[in-house]
Design a binder for this molecule. Sequence first.
Ligand SMILES: [Zn+2]
Length: 90
Amino acid sequence: MIAIEYFFAVIIVVAVILVFAWISRSKKKQPSNVIPLHKRRGVKAGILQECSRCKKRLPLTFYANDAGTVRGLCKACAKQIGKREELYPV
Ligand SMILES: [Zn+2]
């Protein structure tokens, strides 16, 4: 009987370790995704940047496409590109 309890205790410990390993791994991934966006937001609040498409210095909105590429687009370009492909506001 003691052996069975020990067996279950080991399973629970292993399960807990696996859950913690999984959580810490998914947490580590986040900063690399989040930091660039914050940096871009900071820049956005400051000087006007060139639009990725027409190269005019206008207030930009940042969009990511399906490939994960982030581009700063002025309103006109965002409208035109938005017709061709999915744009996700950053
Ligand atoms: Zn533009």
